[in-house]
Design a protein around this ligand. Structure first.
Ligand code: AP5
Ligand code: MG
Length: 232
């Protein structure tokens, strides 16, 4: 992707906030925090995992070609996600700033993003690492359920529905993400340690990393991130 022609967004407005990246193991709360911080600053929330799951749900050629990779817990090719991020960050709602959940996942993707921002004369990204202990991660992932109709999220251990396995709003059966099954969770954690942990070093060495304790409630973690952003 290095030599590919770049999408040029319009000139950035003066009040743009620097690009924010959420890094952390599966279940760390990247999606939860991305939504909260995105709303707090009124900036675009970009999730590569959600974009890929949308492609799967809609049965697009892209989705069909990636289904078995995603369900097994492996990373999809860099070129696919880099192109998604390049296009999404060039859209009008990204021009005041954006927060990315789930990208970059390896050093190649991080270098791609660094080059992209620099070629657009945008400020370097700030990476926020959310750390959560292993027991808590396993509970969050094994317990996660979703309503396939209204997409309300539940956790059978931490935030259960009123009636077992049924959506409080729609009354229909809840579903589990295929990659939340135990074998896929193990693979996702391995991918994180092997491919994503070097990304932490990449941003730490560049002075572009802040760490957040993600073990508290979602509201506690949001408050901790907001405190960091106030000082940067
Ligand atoms: P992706 O969708 O990014 O999944 P992930 O990183 O494995 O993480 P999760 O979405 O499971 O967790 P999260 O950290 O977002 O936590 P969440 O807020 O949901 O990626 C999925 C797949 O897509 C990859 O395996 C790969 O195949 C592909 N992919 C995506 N990006 C890619 C890339 N860049 N390169 C290559 N492949 C890519 O929270 C988890 C649960 O905990 C929820 O139930 C939530 O309600 C609960 N929770 C959250 N915070 C708290 C809290 N503080 N206290 C209690 N419960 C909490
Ligand atoms: Mg997520």
């Amino acid at each position: 992707m290095a030599g590919a022609s770049r999408l040029e967004p319009p000139n950035p407005p003066e009040n743009r906030i620097r690009p924010l990246l959420l890094i952390g193991p599966p279940g760390a709360g990247k999606g939860t925090q991305s939504r909260a911080i995105g709303k707090a600053f009124n900036i675009a929330e970009i999730s590569t995992g959600e974009m890929l799951r949308d492609a799967l749900r809609h049965g697009t050629d892209l989705g069909n070609s990636l289904q078995s990779t995603m369900e097994s817990g492996r990373l999809v090719p860099d070129a696919v996600v880099s192109s998604l991020v390049e296009h999404r960050t060039a859209e009008p709602d990204s021009q005041l700033g954006f927060i990315v959940d789930g990208f970059p996942r390896n050093v190649n993707q991080a270098e791609f993003l660094d080059r992209l921002l620099s070629s657009r004369r945008q400020p370097p990204a700030l990476a926020l690492l959310i750390s959560v202990n292993r027991d808590q991660l396993m509970k969050r992932l094994a317990g996660r359920r979703e309503c396939p109709v209204c997409r309300t999220a539940y956790n059978i251990y931490l935030n259960p529905p009123q009636r077992d396995d049924l959506c409080d709003h729609e009354g229909n059966g809840l579903i589990q993400r295929p990659d939340d099954r135990p074998d896929a969770v193990v693979r996702r954690l391995e991918e994180y340690e092997r491919q994503t942990m070097p990304v932490i070093a990449h941003y730490r060495n560049a002075g572009q990393l802040e760490e957040v304790d993600g073990n508290g409630t979602a509201a506690d973690v949001t408050a901790a991130i907001l405190r960091i952003l106030k000082d940067r």
